[in-house]
Design a protein. Structure first.
Length: 269
């Protein structure tokens, strides 16, 4: 039996002809058409036809960079290939080719391939990273491919990394000028709390510098209150980001009601 495996990337498409042992017998490569569905379909069918010219093909497997629902088989979104948004690509291609076609998230497909026939063979736990136009991750947990509740697990490229990348709702009630005062106050507090990590001379100089700037602040009591509000807000956001990051990465299913709570957390990120 012979199979075609296709990796659709945001920049290039790589295709391979494999036998039933998993050995690659032939390979081809071309540029990805990202904004024209008909053009992309012609590219895919042309690649498969070239393999069919030498051997019969029994099935086709395709990896795509995007969110594929394991419930509906539709590609809910693909940031780098917008023409396949909300599309059941496997049903469409299967009809055109008259062959069984399976479409999977590219990182999941890569993880499964490595687990079955590559570096992860025989492993019960494995993580597979895709580093290309985008960043993805496929997971094998307890001896099985882990997709999450709906098939979206492992989206490492969408994990929140920079906490201060965008102003969050907690700052809406604090003016920018007040934040300058708050940061000065924080600097003094941090030097007082963690000054033991510095020499006594450096600690004294740092505290004096902070005090020299704070002498321009008359409303120290208000700044203190604002500082506490911002500090607590940052703590809450930190916890929320950690929880939301874990939920997004593992794509955990929640009972009715809790999903709405997680959406509220996500709105703060």
């Amino acid at each position: 039996m012979n199979y075609v495996g296709i990796d659709i990337g945001g920049t290039n498409i790589k295709a391979g002809l494999l036998d039933e042992s998993g050995a690659i017998r032939d390979s081809r490569r071309t540029t990805t058409i990202t904004d024209d569905l008909d053009g992309l379909l012609r590219t895919l069918t042309s690649l498969i036809a070239k393999f069919q010219s030498s051997v019969s093909i029994d099935a086709v497997g395709i990896g795509i960079p995007g969110l594929r629902s394991k419930k509906t088989h539709r590609i809910e979104m693909s940031p780098n290939i917008p023409c396949i948004h909300n599309l059941d690509l496997e049903a469409l291609l299967s009809k055109q080719l008259n062959l069984p076609v399976v479409v999977e998230n590219d990182a999941n497909a890569g993880a499964y391939g490595e687990w079955v026939a590559g570096a992860g063979k025989g492993k019960d736990y494995m993580a597979y990273l895709t580093i290309g136009t985008g960043l993805g991750c496929g997971l094998v947990l307890s001896g099985d491919l882990y997709r999450g509740a709906a098939g979206y697990a492992g989206e490492l490229g969408h994990v929140h990394i920079e906490p201060n990348g965008r102003a969050a709702n907690i700052y809406d009630r604090v003016e920018r000028a007040d934040l300058v005062k708050v940061d000065l106050f924080h600097r003094l507090v941090m030097h007082a709390a963690f000054g033991f990590r510095q020499s006594r001379k450096d600690q004294s100089r740092a505290v004096l510098n902070a005090l020299a700037q704070l002498r321009f602040i008359n409303d120290l009591e208000d700044v203190t209150k604002m500082s506490m509000r911002v500090l607590v807000g940052r703590l809450h956001l930190g916890i929320g980001r950690t929880d939301a990051g874990a939920v997004n990465f593992l794509e955990i299913d929640f009972p009715t009601g809790e999903a709405e709570q997680m959406q509220l957390i996500a709105q703060c990120l």
